[in-house]
Ligand binder design. Structure first.
Ligand SMILES: C[S@@+](CC[C@H](N)C(=O)[O-])C[C@H]1O[C@@H](n2cnc3c(N)ncnc32)[C@H](O)[C@@H]1O
Length: 283
């Protein structure tokens, strides 16, 4: 998949980090899926298929904070360039406590971790560099997955599915709508010798083919989650857990309301840099 990288800068008396948080949330609603904050503003990425200049201009016109002028520039990034850029500049080994390390095959092995995950970083998400992946991995590390059936929606690199298999989960299914992610998931599953993970290209319509699950992880974004929570709950056994991430603290009320509508109890949430992971349970 090709991407557009948009660089946003601001003229405003308000702190740039505050504007960036609000802007990222607004951009998430029109399909932007990954964000990097810096001192001057925000870099945001969107697939070329979803990029719509009119929607962007409308969003900026309706920006909810006053006294903010937003400037932006855009750059088209082909998948291949994006990957090389990512490999060279961004992907450093990620350590989650003393238990789990995520590294690329080009990093030196580091002994002493219970879970040693190798990811070939062909895409922005799922290396553990992003707060939401970090939060979801941290949640998964707390669970006893032995013999459990687990669904990883929006599996990306399949990092969560791979960790689930390493933690002795039984049936593990990863689903992703992006062909690039699907192929990368297959590659990473091979690299980690966790071949009995099933990976499927598609969205929530694919879920019913795989029966019922004890645990669902979905790290996507606010709007897709709001739309698909009902599909996730339909494949969950009574008492099953649903972990979701890919949204901000200010989105929690909307997510919680949709959970309630679908018979899910909110158990807890964790936060990192205003990103959130929530833990819910089917009644
Ligand atoms: C934030 S990444 C998460 C990747 C990985 N699970 C992680 O935790 O790092 C979100 C992934 O969801 C996928 N995605 C977006 N919309 C989707 C949908 N409707 N159904 C399934 N996957 C979707 C994207 O292609 C992307 O790979």
């Amino acid at each position: 998949m090709n991407y557009y990288e948009l660089k946003f800068t601001y003229e405003s008396p308000i702190e740039a980090t505050i504007i960036s948080d609000v802007l990222a949330s607004e951009l998430g609603e029109i399909g932007f899926e990954s964000f990097t904050e810096n001192e001057d503003g925000l870099q945001a990425y969107i697939s070329d298929q979803l990029y719509n200049v009119k929607k962007l201009v409308d969003k900026l016109k309706e920006f909810p904070l006053e006294n903010v002028t937003i400037h932006y520039s855009e750059q088209f990034i082909e998948s291949k360039d994006w990957n090389e850029e990512w490999e060279k500049n961004y992907f450093k080994p990620i350590r989650i406590g003393n238990e789990c390390i995520i590294r690329a095959s080009f990093h030196e092995p580091e002994p002493g971790y219970t879970y040693n995950i190798i990811i070939d970083p062909k895409m922005a998400f799922g290396t553990g560099n992003h707060e939401t992946t970090f939060l979801m991995i941290s949640e998964m590390l707390k669970l006893d997955l032995e013999g459990k059936d687990l669904l990883d929606m929006g599996c990306g690199t399949a990092v969560l599915a791979i960790l689930a298999k390493m933690k002795k989960a039984n049936k593990v299914v990863g689903i992703d709508i992006d062909e690039w992610a699907y192929n990368n998931a297959l590659e990473n599953i091979r690299l980690n010798n966790t071949e009995d993970i099933q990976v499927v290209l598609g969205g929530a319509e694919q879920i019913p083919a795989f029966g019922q699950f004890d645990i669902v992880f979905a790290n996507i974004n606010r709007n897709i989650l709001l739309n698909d929570i009902r599909h996730y709950t339909s494949c969950m056994k009574p008492g099953a857990l649903l972990f979701m991430s890919g949204f901000y603290t200010q989105d929690i009320p909307a997510i919680e309301e949709e959970c309630k509508r679908n018979g899910l109890n909110f158990i807890s949430h964790t936060e990192k840099n205003n990103w959130v992971a929530v833990k819910t349970q089917k009644q």
